[in-house]
Design a protein. Structure first.
Length: 124
C-alpha cells in the first residue's frame, strides 16, 4: 500500500493522503473544488466547482497511472439536493458507460463552504 500525491491536485488539508494505491485499487480521498495552482475556490456556482473537483480527481488518478475509465464507485456530497441536476450534467461529461456505481448525499456542510465533494474508488 502506498500514498499517491501530485501537485496537480490540492494538497491534503488534514492527516490523510490524496489517494492510497493498494495495487489492485486506488482510493481517492474526497476532493473539493480547490484550484491547486492558487489554493482557492474560484467559483461559487456548482458547475465550475464540479468541474474543478473532477479535474482534481483526474490528476490524482493520472499520478497513479489510471483514468476516469478506471473508476468503479463514486460518493458525491452536495450542499443541497437542489444542485443535483446541474451537478449531474457535469458528472456525465466525465464518465461513460458502464457508469460507476454511485451514492449521492446532501450534507449539512462541506470544507471551505463549497457546494460539492467527491471521492472515488478506481480499479486496475
Amino acid at each position: 500500500m502506498k500514498a499517491v500525491s501530485t501537485n496537480n491536485a490540492p494538497a491534503a488539508i488534514g492527516p490523510y493522503s490524496q489517494a492510497i494505491d493498494t495495487g489492485a485499487m486506488v482510493f481517492v480521498s474526497g476532493q473539493i473544488p480547490v484550484n491547486p495552482k492558487t489554493g482557492n475556490v474560484e467559483s461559487e456556482d456548482i458547475e465550475p466547482q464540479a468541474i474543478q473537483v473532477f479535474e482534481n480527481i483526474k490528476a490524482i488518478l493520472a499520478e497513479a497511472g489510471l483514468s476516469m475509465c478506471n473508476v468503479a464507485k463514486t460518493t458525491c456530497l452536495l450542499a443541497d439536493m437542489g444542485l443535483f441536476s446541474k451537478f449531474n450534467t457535469v458528472y456525465a461529461q466525465y464518465f461513460t458507460e458502464p457508469y460507476p456505481a454511485r451514492a449521492t448525499f446532501a450534507v449539512k456542510g462541506l470544507p471551505k463552504n463549497v457546494l460539492v465533494e467527491v471521492e472515488v474508488v478506481a480499479v486496475r
